[in-house]
Design a protein around this ligand. Structure first.
Ligand SMILES: Nc1ncnc2c1ncn2[C@@H]1O[C@H](COP(=O)(O)OP(=O)(O)OP(=O)(O)O)[C@@H](O)[C@H]1O
Length: 267
């Protein structure tokens, strides 16, 4: 790999709450190259969001360290934009104003208002939402809200796009549509992406590498699978592709044979 863009070195996360200590993650070592698409997959509660939040700077590790572009990740920053499962748009603002707010937070001090507006409109166009600039979140569908959330993140021109199950709450068809959109957008923007998912097909379709996590407590990276399928990827053609089937089987085998969840074992 060329010089890693994101480095996670021996990261550990122990949560301390009123209920006591919980050792969530241990010995996490992960290097991510610029322009790479990496997904984190593992059973519920294994610590995928925790790891993503460490990269986002929303959490600080209790051991080890994280770097982005050679600098320690000491908190959230505009170079690492996060897209959550529930869009988190402000309900009283239009789609355009929701995106504009993010644009202003990054470029507000140095660019005139028409330029900021153009940035917001361009991001919404990129996700195919330029028809709904002046609609409020309650006036658009769940999939559209998620697209606006992605536009808001992209408009900040982040070095890294961090996505926590961005399509988890959507129906299968909308999810497939947005996965294809994301493939197109990432190809155009050359973004570095780290994405949490539960969905094996989504992981194989989108990823350059799939990071498979063991079950908690004290979860860690069990295996990393390189997905060497050529791009652009087409979901219909891939369905019968031997490389796709092989990668899919490797992830399923990890999750359901070698690292079966305790709840599933008890069932
Ligand atoms: N603030 C916190 N305080 C205490 N424990 C926490 C905290 N945040 C997360 N945890 C625990 O850490 C573990 C990992 O949580 P995390 O949300 O990262 O898992 P996940 O793999 O993203 O789960 P899911 O797939 O269900 O979203 C869980 O056992 C969770 O209960």
């Amino acid at each position: 790999m060329s010089t890693p863009f994101i480095r996670v070195q021996q990261a550990e996360m122990v949560f301390t709450s009123r209920k006591g200590r919980f050792h969530a993650l241990r010995d996490i070592d992960l290097d991510i190259a610029k322009g790479e698409f990496v997904t984190l997959i593992g059973h519920s509660g294994c610590g995928k969001s925790t790891l993503l939040n460490l990269v986002a700077g929303l959490l600080r590790p209790t051991g080890g360290g994280l770097l982005c572009d050679g600098r320690e990740i000491a908190g959230p920053g505009p170079e690492r934009a996060v897209v959550f499962q529930n869009h988190s748009l402000l309900p009283w603002l239009t789609c355009l104003d929701n995106v504009l707010l993010a644009v202003e937070s990054v470029f507000g001090g140095r660019e005139p208002r028409p330029r900021l507006m153009a940035r917001a409109e361009e991001a919404l166009r990129l996700v195919g939402m330029n028809h709904a600039l002046f609609k409020r979140p309650h006036e658009i569908s769940g999939g559209m809200k998620q697209r606006v959330g992605i536009a808001r993140a992209l408009a900040m021109e982040p070095k890294v796009l961090l996505m926590d199950e961005p399509f988890g709450a959507l129906d299968a068809l909308t999810r497939a549509y947005l996965q294809d959109e994301l493939i197109r957008i990432v190809a155009a923007t050359h973004s570095t992406v780290v994405m949490v998912t539960h969905d094996v097909d989504e992981a194989v379709l989108l990823s350059d590498r799939i990071v498979m996590m063991t079950n908690g407590p004290a979860a860690t990276i069990g295996e990393v699978l390189a997905v060497d399928l050529p791009r652009p990827r087409d979901r219909v053609a891939l369905a019968e592709d031997a490389g796709y089937v092989h990668a899919r089987k490797a992830v399923i085998d990890f999750l359901y044979t070698r690292h079966r969840h305790a709840d599933a074992q008890a069932a």
